[in-house]
Ligand binder design. Structure first.
Ligand code: SAM
Length: 254
């Protein structure tokens, strides 16, 4: 359940520095303590942790904002494959299961350590979140350029359809955080869910489906088809993969 999920009230309250330490703006690794904080530091002694807490009220400036989100990222295969393909872009996986999120964070930490001075994999990270509830708490309006929805849980039964992560309401949230021209990427092995996603995005005034020609020319599409854990599983069983991309259109003038 959600009561132990930590989330910011507003996107600007979120401190991303521990998620993307290589993208913290210069001069902030050792934040200057204000007079009040100096007093506080003297009171509590030198405990790093406590100072961290005192500073947590003011998120560190980053050199970049997150631009790509992987909704329900699972074990992180897409993040790891997208990292070198979009080396200058901050990419975030969002995952609701604690152990899975921990696994992805450990996986990324290990990759960063192995890479050493090459500084690879600094642009990907993973956050525990329920994307059905808190997406606008993490991202500003028009912040994102790409959203990936890969092999979402199908929730087959009609009475479970309200749990699907594509719906009229949720599509409005995706539209809110995406910039005009931004793209939603979807893939599934369940034909009924594919048709559901296409139906809901095509019916939404903010989205238009991208042509098959443009879809197949997009370098992110083969990565999405081949590199997610679920995509690999479907390939092993020689299952079908249904892909659909949708463009966030400009809002009409009013
Ligand atoms: N995208 C990955 C892939 O293609 O390998 C994982 C697909 S898996 C079938 C669906 C994932 O979405 C699961 O890891 C699940 O925990 C996660 N998930 C489901 N509902 C979610 C929600 N509301 N917020 C965040 N993650 C969610």
């Amino acid at each position: 359940s959600d009561h132990n999920l930590v989330y910011p009230t507003r996107p600007e309250d979120m401190d991303w520095s521990t998620y993307y330490p290589a993208f913290v703006a210069e001069g902030q690794e050792e934040p200057k303590l204000t007079e009040g904080m100096e007093v506080h530091k003297a009171e509590i002694g030198d405990s790093e942790q406590r100072i961290e807490q005192a500073l947590a009220a003011k998120p560190k400036q980053m050199t970049k904002d997150i631009e790509v989100a992987d909704i329900g990222c699972g074990f992180g295969g897409l993040l790891v494959a997208l990292s070198p393909a979009l080396p200058d872009t901050l990419i975030l996986g969002l995952e609701i299961r604690v152990q899975v999120t921990d696994y992805v964070q450990d996986r990324i930490r290990a990759l960063r350590t192995q890479s050493g001075n090459n500084k690879d994999f600094q642009n990907i990270s993973c956050l525990r979140a329920n994307t059905m509830k808190f997406l606008p708490n993490f991202f500003r309006k028009a912040q994102l350029s790409k959203i990936f929805i890969c092999f979402p849980d199908p929730h087959f039964k009609a009475r479970k359809h309200k749990q699907r992560i594509v719906s009229t309401t949720l599509n409005s949230e995706y539209a809110y955080v995406l910039k005009p021209g931004g793209i939603v990427y979807t893939i599934t092995d369940v034909q009924d869910l594919h048709e559901w996603m296409v139906g809901h995005f095509e019916a939404h005034p903010s989205f238009e489906r991208i042509s098959e020609e443009e879809q197949e020319a997009d370098p992110c599409v083969p990565i999405m088809r081949e590199e997610t854990e679920e995509g690999k599983k479907v390939a092993r069983h020689q299952g079908q993969k249904y892909v659909a991309l949708f463009r966030r259109m400009e809002d009409p003038p009013w």
